[in-house]
Design a protein around this ligand. Structure first.
Ligand code: APR
Length: 165
């Protein structure tokens, strides 16, 4: 089941929250900054040991001071107009994050709108990639709760429309 919820992902009480990270995995602004602030310094300490992460992939850590048990750090593509494989890289973020959540024994995951902030991916196109990729991944699987978290009303509306298509 996929649902949309508007608010701050750091307050989410789910098994894994997904972070929209950069390749260094050493924190940043946006949701990355919010998650590191809420999780506390232990998160950065654990991330330092991961040796970074490629665009389109993800790595999992503990949740530290967050309610969530895990943080899955996904590195989305920077938008360069759509001709450099951005959609495939974004889809790969969602798929890899779900694979990591499943391997960690999770059945509830919350995603921010990866790449739609600093990385400039158009929200409508990103929402369609997210919904299509997650729907395909969930095909044939039971008991999952996947939440697409919007930080603002416009994103919530866009995600809601993508879910209804
Ligand atoms: N909860 C939920 N969503 C949030 C929160 C929050 N607390 N804060 C921001 N967002 C939303 C933004 O509004 C946007 O829709 O997360 C989405 C992703 O935006 P960014 O955080 O800018 O991430 P992204 O576009 O993937 O860029 C990643 O930004 O912060 C740096 O270190 C990060 O270099 C990386 C880059």
């Amino acid at each position: 089941m996929i649902r949309v919820w508007q608010g701050d992902i750091t307050t989410f009480d789910v098994c894994a929250v997904v972070n929209a990270a950069n390749r260094s995995l050493l924190g940043g602004g946006g949701v990355d900054g919010a998650i590191h602030r809420a999780a506390g310094p232990g998160l950065l300490e654990e991330c330092r040991k991961l040796g970074g992460c490629e665009t389109g992939s993800a790595k999992i850590t503990g949740g530290h001071d967050l309610k969530a048990r895990h943080v899955i750090h996904a590195v989305g593509p920077v938008w360069h107009g759509g001709g450099q494989g951005e959609a495939a890289l974004l889809a790969s973020c969602y798929r890899t994050a779900m694979d990591l959540a499943e391997a960690a024994g999770c059945r509830s995951v919350a995603f921010p709108a990866i790449s739609t902030g600093v990385y400039g991916y158009p929200s409508e196109a990103a929402a369609e990639v997210a919904v299509d990729t997650l729907s395909a991944w969930l095909e044939g699987r039971e008991g999952w709760e996947v939440t697409l978290v919007a930080f603002d009303t416009r994103t919530a509306e866009i995600l809601g429309k993508a879910l209804e298509r």
